[in-house]
Design a binder for this molecule. Sequence first.
Ligand code: SAM
Length: 322
Amino acid sequence: MNKIENISFNQNISNEENIISLLKNKRKSLPTQYLYDDLGSKLFEKICDTEEYYLTRTEKQILELNASEIVNEVLPSEIFEFGSGSSKKTKTLIAKVLKKNKKLTYFSFDISVKALKMSYHELDKISENLDVQLIKGDFNNDIKRIKKGKKNRLYLFLGSTLGNFNNKIAINFLKNIANLMNKEDSFLLGVDKVKDEKIINSAYNDRKGITKKFNKNILNVINKKYKLNFKEKNFLHNAKFNSEKSQIEMYLESTVDHSIKLPNNENLNIEKGEKILTEISRKFSENTLSDLFSKANLEIKKNYSDDKKYFSLYLLKSMKYP
Ligand SMILES: C[S@@+](CC[C@H](N)C(=O)[O-])C[C@H]1O[C@@H](n2cnc3c(N)ncnc32)[C@H](O)[C@@H]1O
C-alpha cells in the first residue's frame, strides 16, 4: 500500500481543553469526527448498505447516470476527494476518466486511517494508469496545508458530509475550497435534500441497530483518546429530525444519573435524560444551498438529481475567476 501522508497539525492539548468545555457545556456535544475510528469507519460502510439509508444508493445512482457528462464537462487529470471514506462510489467516475485520459491521480483525504486503507484497497487494482495518493488530515483544520492541483483538478465532497457542518463552518469550508481551486478546477458536491420526515428519521434509526452501534462507539473512541470512563450501557441512541433547523440531530441520551471523570480529573455529573450531541445531518433546500454557494464564492455549473429529488450533486466553479 502507498504511504499515508499525514498533514494533521498536532493539537492534542487544545483538543483536550475543547473536549472538557464541550462536555461541561449546558448543551453537551462531542466532535463528530470521533465517530470515525477503525470500527466507526467499518460501521459507516454497513450503514450505507442498510435498506433505510437511501443517501448512498441514491447518490450512487445519480453518479452512475451522469458520470459521462460530468467527465466530459471537466476532463480531470486529478481527483481530490475530501472525507473519501471507502471511495466505493467514486470508482464510477474514476473508471470513466480513465477511458478518456491516459493517466489519473486520485487523492483520498480522510481523518480515518481505516477509511484511507479501504479506499486504497477499493482502487488499487483498477488500472496501472491510476495513481492513488493517501492523505490523512482534518478538512476543517488542515485544508490550508493542501497543495493546489497541477492541472484540471476535480474536488469531490460526497455523501452529504457537508450536512455535518453548521452554517458558519459550511461557509468557511466551501470558501476554503473556492480559494484552493485553480481556474480550470471543478468541484462536485453531493448533498441530501429536504423530504418527508419519516424517510429521514428511519435512515438514522435502522432496524438492525447499526447506526446505534456507530453512535455509541464514539464513547469508546474518546475513552481511549482522553482516558475517560464513559459506559455505553448508560446511554441510548436518539436520532430525530429537527424540522425547524432542517437537520437530523443524533444524540446519546443518558438512561441514569451518573458521573464521569474528565481529563483534568474533575467529576462531571450527567443526569438521566441528559443528551450529548454527536452529529447533525442537515437536509438542504435549493434556497439554503444557493445562499451557501454565493457566500462561499462558488457558482453552479450543473445540477444533477434523482427522480424523487431526494439527493443532488452540484458541479461548481470558483467565482475567483470571472
Ligand atoms: C458521511 S462519511 C462519507 C464517506 C464517503 N464520502 C461517502 O460518501 O460514503 C464522512 C467521511 O468523512 C470523514 N471525516 C469525518 N470528519 C472528518 C474530518 N474532520 N476531516 C477529514 N475527514 C473526516 C470520515 O472518516 C468519513 O470517511
